[in-house]
Design a protein around this ligand. Sequence first.
Ligand code: NDP
Ligand code: HSE
Length: 432
Amino acid sequence: MNDTPLSVALLGSGTVGSQVARILLEDAEELTQRVGAPLRLIGIAVRDPQAPRDYAAPAGLYTTDADALIDAADVVVELTGGIEPARTRILRALRAGKHVVSGNKALLAREGAALQRAADASGAQLSYDAAVAGAIPILRPLRDSLAGDQVERVLGIMNGTTNFILDAMHTTGADFDDALAEAQRLGYAEADPTADVEGHDAAAKAAIVASLAFHAEFTLEDVHCEGITGITAADVAAAQAEGCVIKLLAVCERLEEGVSIRVHPTLVPNEHPLASVRGAFNAVFVHSRDAGQLMFYGPGAGGAPTASAVMGDLVSLARRVVLGGPAVPDFSYAQLPAVGPEDVVSSYTMGLQVKDRLGVLAGMAQVFAEEGVSIRTMHQTKHGPHRGAGQPETTIRVVTHRAADRRVRATIEKLRGLDAVDAITSVIRVED
Ligand code: NDP
Ligand code: HSE
């Protein structure tokens, strides 16, 4: 046992940071045994030291002087979020050789490579397991357990807020805005929930996952991203009628030409394991050449679950510090391009509002045939109200066989040009 404590600076005491403070203070004795030296929380940087907290640490620990706190610490835990001042503070710590634990996927997906270089240059450790899928250990298995394998595809639900919203829409018929407000109340959503519902949070996680899975550097800009703001109660009902649920999936896939990284709503058949992922839970499948298929499942958001992942990183790096071991540098080496979604092949479901008159279906079928997109099923589900010049309308739902994204886009453009097509109300991929 080493009696010299490791001083820990905590930046942020919100949903996650306050739980990290709780664990550090309440489990101090046990953590000392696990690390081999005391972990001493020397201060907590916040914007407002007087603000009420989920966990109230002794008042003297709160400060607004983050820089002074960083300078006095051995290890910095960044849980403030956002790009600045988080980026400058993490760099300050890393350049001074201080180890950093962060859950800031927004920053890591943009600046991860630069931060890692700063860490490698000073011999500091940069750990960020909490950045993806909350409590689920997914980054460490990708980095360590699968280090000798060849990952081919990672697919999963990587955002708790959107899964919570979609699940509520499916099971209770909840309204989108009400479900989002509840997710915010429960501490799942980002400070700006646009990042969740527009898919940017899942996209950031996908970029981080792809970088580790394929040993290359990918950023948020490499990710094709569609969120769930366009998903309506009608889409949910149509999915249910087809024996499916809608999930926001993140997919990182090794293709011949490079790596496809994408986030989009997807129809998942009820019997697929991802369909039963409820609430703010996340689930990630990893397909690799030798291990085959692995599934990781657990709470994907929330204060205590995410704090568990932060503490895992903290204890792990503290052990190494106590034993005198070096930090683990970055091992990315592959020069792989990110490829756009154009050549990605999937099945699709489409909702169309069309005029109910002779020859409409034949005209639509011709467009699909011209673009080489094969129709699997086509349902004329209901007659809508008579509008305009008294022309009756109907709703058509088409499910296609697998087709390249570019062909489906071309089909949609042509369908929009048909006089009989009033609106294309939804286009959603289907996970086969
Ligand atoms: P919150 O918004 O709940 O908390 C942010 C904390 O950071 C607050 O204590 C705030 O201080 C402090 N803070 C913000 N800006 C500054 C600043 N400029 N200087 C000092 N302190 C600042 O965020 P979360 O706890 O939810 O998230 C923290 C990080 O963890 C984010 O990067 C997030 O993406 C990530 N994360 C969150 C998860 C979750 O489920 N919530 C899950 C996984 C990762 P004050 O309280 O005084 O305003
Ligand atoms: N806002 C994020 C989510 C937090 O809902 O998944 C966990 O990263």
